[in-house]
Design a binder for this molecule. Structure first.
Ligand SMILES: Cc1cc2nc3c(=O)[nH]c(=O)nc-3n(C[C@H](O)[C@H](O)[C@H](O)COP(=O)(O)O)c2cc1C
Length: 320
């Protein structure tokens, strides 16, 4: 019998825990024709800012042996365009929508949150904290627990109660748990981890950086062990805080790994860039993995890699 895949995002029940990660499915329309967006657990929008942006100059993508480098630079329509075109399209297709927001000041985070408070159909807000803080010499909010907490508080203070807030953390810190703790204390209902790692490639042929912006964000299979470690550490510290685990998921087995580390939902990012149907394939494979290990409910595997407790009582002893 297939496993019960339902997951919970605040007040909203998701049919399954496989989400399209921020920025990798564009506005969602890019997936149409490859997957039914209503069957994806939820679609996380690209990060929306107060104004439209064209992003960084090309080249903005560079392949590395096991990951993708990108310096897209938060290209997008701005909150007005998102609310007028992208959100209505996603809702008309039956998608559950998590809106990712990115600000350069605390005021911008607050302004974006209050605009979303008036919009119908927002299942959750994800705060992209990997943005340069214009009020702190361009240092990313995610690098400093205090700055991250202030951004979370700015959003929580302006957002209608009932819409859960997930803070998306960067792995480029020495202590991800300290940043997670600050975000939870500031009112984050959940955490999303991880965003890209800073990386760089140089083309020996041209003797120049492969990206016009010199360096960018590394994603894909190369970063999965970092994502598993971050999810594990944060789950260990906050076993009751829901986590969207993202980083290098290409298969159902990869998704299962993040669930076992403690994620309650899994984001699929770079895999979509290579295969727009990746979310539905990962979901199907995850269902098969759950059958193989004898799990009746996806909820039963969440965090099971921690300690030695209870695996047998969940019927999960066969493979582990
Ligand atoms: C082309 C591209 C664009 C991205 N845009 C965003 C974005 O707008 N906001 C955000 O929070 N993360 C963004 N990300 C990061 C992903 O959501 C994800 O956290 C990261 O890539 C790790 O997952 P993956 O290895 O499955 O791609 C982007 C990643 C890529 C590859």
């Amino acid at each position: 019998m297939p496993a019960d895949l339902r997951a919970r995002l605040g007040l909203v029940e998701l049919p399954n825990p496989v989400l399209a990660a921020a920025g990798c499915a564009g506005a969602g329309r890019e997936l149409a024709g490859f997957v039914d967006v209503a069957r994806v657990g939820a679609v996380i929008s690209r990060s929306i800012m107060t104004e439209p942006r064209t992003g960084n100059p090309a080249p903005r993508l560079a392949e590395t042996p096991s990951g993708l480098l990108n310096s897209v630079g938060l290209q997008g329509p701005g909150i007005d365009g998102f609310l007028q075109r992208d959100l209505p399209w996603l809702l008309s297709r039956g998608a559950r929508v998590v809106v990712s927001i990115a600000g350069q000041t605390l005021g911008e985070y607050g302004a974006l949150a209050s605009r979303l408070s008036d919009a119908a159909g927002v299942s959750a807000v994800e705060i992209n904290l990997s943005c340069p803080n214009a009020e702190d010499a361009g240092r990313m909010f995610a690098l400093d627990p205090e700055a991250a907490a202030k951004a979370v508080a700015a959003v929580r203070g302006s957002l209608r109660s009932g819409i859960p807030v997930f803070a998306k953390l960067s792995p480029d810190v020495t202590d991800v748990v300290a940043v997670a703790a600050a975000c939870v204390a500031a009112g984050a209902d959940g955490l999303s981890l991880i965003n890209v790692l800073l990386g760089m490639a140089i083309d020996p042929g041209t003797m120049r950086p492969a990206l016009a912006a010199a360096y960018g964000g590394l994603s894909g299979p190369a970063i999965r062990p970092v994502a598993v470690r971050c999810v594990w550490q944060v789950r260990e510290a906050f076993p009751d805080v829901p986590i969207i685990g993202t980083g290098g998921v290409r298969s159902g087995r990869d998704a299962l790994e993040l669930l076992l580390a403690g994620a309650s939902m899994v984001g699929v990012g770079t895999a979509i860039v290579h295969d727009p149907s990746a979310c539905s394939r990962v979901l199907k494979e995850l269902e098969d993995e759950l059958v193989v290990i004898g799990a009746d409910r996806v909820a039963d595997v969440i965090g099971q890699a921690h300690g030695t407790r209870d695996r047998v009582s969940h019927g999960l002893a066969r493979r582990f």
